[in-house]
Design a protein around this ligand. Structure first.
Ligand SMILES: C[S@@+](CC[C@H](N)C(=O)[O-])C[C@H]1O[C@@H](n2cnc3c(N)ncnc32)[C@H](O)[C@@H]1O
Length: 366
């Protein structure tokens, strides 16, 4: 198996391809990305067969921005015979995976492919039984063993391969299923909730999303992001000239500032979270976030960078590099991650966590 299959948002195949080509090359893994516009996935074909698995092991999935899932696969299985689709799939996996811990039969996240999902659900049951009989899958689910993926791009046509549970998305199709809370003021509430799931390990929620924390929400109206913070019993300074949802204001946990988010300065020194969903040029938002971190006005931040139509991977990379440089130049240690979330459209979500302690070799002068 010499290909790495990456699932992505439909319309972002070029960005996903540019990113994997760039990040693979930094590991001296060379190949080329096959891009089909609007396919909802990208294939990165390695020149050296063994490099596909090396890339899967060495490229941290968390550091990919545009990929929702990362799987090693072989050649496309075409025209599977309807009377026996299982044998060719078992054949492809034999020798490649042993004692897998889970089976996911998936499709690209496109309208056309959605039709196939019903079939996938039904097909999973007999396929799982056969894979278990062949010892390609264990007889029980295990989160410690490789995940077997069968990815149908059309009826009878699929890629088959595996991912590692320590370096993949834990979600079916790479998409966390979140339920829209009926009392939230806007659908974008799901972006922040998804960001929490993606960026903050579940066992750290009690500490890092704790009740009583103070938060600032820039570009808060009507309050979908503020809602997430209020739900976790935080006190929120919501900054926006527009109106906030009355039910949020009635919670008694929100102070509304009708101000420009670029001029707003915190009035307290114990703000833990800064979140920002202002529709603005990415470079302006990135600079503002860097300033908050440099000044020690927050500990963690989650913000969206709204992307231009062209060179979107380059735009995100440049802004992240700029923030990284600024922080390092000031002796600030931080963990920076970005992801195009399922609930993001023409944008990516960035998470930065300030970690106490200076960057090695630099003096913290503040
Ligand atoms: C996408 S909406 C935010 C939606 C919000 N996160 C939610 O979940 O309901 C963007 C908001 O940013 C606000 N905004 C844009 N530029 C701003 C600025 N310079 N200062 C404050 N708010 C700004 C707009 O008024 C708008 O309400």
């Amino acid at each position: 198996m010499n290909k790495v299959l990456l699932y992505c948002r439909q319309g972002f195949e070029k960005e996903c391809a540019a990113e994997i080509t760039d990040k693979a090359a930094r590991r001296e893994i060379f190949g080329f990305a096959r891009v089909k516009e609007d396919a909802g996935y990208v294939l990165f074909e390695c020149y050296q067969t063994e490099d596909a698995e090396r890339l899967l092991r060495e490229q941290p999935f968390d550091e990919l921005i545009f990929a929702r899932q990362m799987v090693v696969v072989g050649e496309l299985l075409r025209d599977l015979p309807p009377e026996d689709r299982i044998t060719p799939i078992v054949g492809m996996l034999t020798g490649a995976v042993e004692k897998g811990g889970e089976l996911r039969v998936e499709v690209p996240d496109t309208n056309e492919a959605k039709e196939l999902l019903k079939f996938c659900r039904k097909f999973t049951v007999p396929l799982r039984a056969s894979l278990r009989a062949e010892k390609i899958l264990l007889n029980y689910e295990s989160a410690k063993r490789p995940v077997v993926h069968v990815f149908f791009i059309a009826p009878g046509h699929c890629y088959v391969g595996y991912s590692f549970p320590t370096n993949n998305s834990p979600f079916f199709m790479g998409i966390p299923r979140l339920k829209f809370p009926a009392d939230a003021p806007s659908r974008s509430t799901l972006k922040l909730e998804e960001a929490f799931h993606v960026f903050i390990p579940a066992d750290e929620w009690d500490e890092r999303l704790a009740s009583g924390m103070f938060a600032v929400d820039l570009g808060a109206c009507p309050g979908g992001w503020t809602y997430q913070l209020v739900k976790r019993s935080m006190m929120v300074h919501a900054v926006d000239n527009g109106p906030m949802a009355p039910a949020l204001m009635d919670s008694g946990q929100v102070t509304h500032h009708r101000e420009d988010g670029f001029r707003f300065r915190p009035t307290r020194s114990n703000i833990y979270w800064l979140v920002c969903d202002m529709v603005e040029k990415p470079v302006r938002v990135a600079n503002l976030m860097a300033d908050w971190l440099l000044n020690g006005w927050c500990r963690e931040t989650i913000f969206n960078l709204k992307l231009p139509m062209k060179k979107r991977y380059e735009e995100v990379s440049q802004n992240l590099a700029m923030i990284d440089e600024k922080l390092k130049a000031n002796g600030i240690n931080a963990q920076i991650r970005a992801r195009q979330l399922y609930h993001d459209r023409e944008e990516v979500t960035v998470h930065i966590r300030r970690i106490w302690g200076a960057v090695p070799g630099r003096r913290d002068e503040r």
